[in-house]
Design a protein around this ligand. Sequence first.
Ligand SMILES: Nc1ncnc2c1ncn2[C@@H]1O[C@H](COP(=O)(O)OP(=O)(O)OP(=O)(O)O)[C@@H](O)[C@H]1O
Ligand SMILES: [Mg+2]
Length: 252
Amino acid sequence: MIHAHGITKSFKDLPVLRGVDLEVDAGSIVALLGSNGAGKTTLIRILSTLLKADAGTAIVNGHDVADAPGDVRESISLTGQFAAVDEVLTGRENLILVARLRHLDDPGAIADDMLARFSLTDAGNRRAGTYSGGMRRRLDIAMSLVGRPPIIFLDEPTTGLDPQSRIEVWQTVRELADAGTTVLLTTQYLDEAEQLADRIAILHEGTIIQNGTLAELKRLLPAAQVEYVEKQPSLEDVFLALVGPTESGKDN
Ligand SMILES: Nc1ncnc2c1ncn2[C@@H]1O[C@H](COP(=O)(O)OP(=O)(O)OP(=O)(O)O)[C@@H](O)[C@H]1O
Ligand SMILES: [Mg+2]
């Protein structure tokens, strides 16, 4: 669903991406790991047509991001690193707004359906500005799912969430992938990648330095070393070695 080859991007003198290659299969979850400033958001912005690469090609759902950005945009949704929720509107109004922007029929029904799916029905008519961080994040993800795009980009979907909300978001992401949605997410949390991702790609100094399943990545390091501790013989061991086993242990 996503093929990126040789993507490079510099900001003035700062080379951020220096030839990124990445493949994401349909219906899979790929986690992009990297330190602060590694270029994760930059790559997501390029794949979602918000930013032009200096070189390289990216094909998303069969469309080239440079030649057919409109087709790419119809295939994707992006939940950015910073929530795109309008705080003045209610949760329901936020969802209706997105459904209208996507030219969908019956925005109200779509909004209600999404509120129910994300356990926000009770809060639906409250201003999003009054939501907790987790609720806001769930609303943000719900908004990005309006219209059922086949590919979803999640840039640090659980940063700042409490453990409960993180687990809820993970569950949502898993359900999406099980239903066939392709997910590319970035994260700083190694446990998030372990929990969620079919494959993990590590972005470091401008390139993907490793890409594999969790098991494959773990095999890169030698297994935890078994330590041999010398066991001092007890007096009993010495005695038995000298005199042999007891009578009862001997064969007759
Ligand atoms: N529009 C821009 N202009 C100039 N520099 C930028 C711009 N966008 C990003 N950068 C720089 O590119 C580098 C990569 O930024 P990016 O946001 O992609 O990193 P990131 O991996 O998403 O980091 P984080 O984990 O903090 O979100 C950083 O050094 C950043 O300062
Ligand atoms: Mg980022």
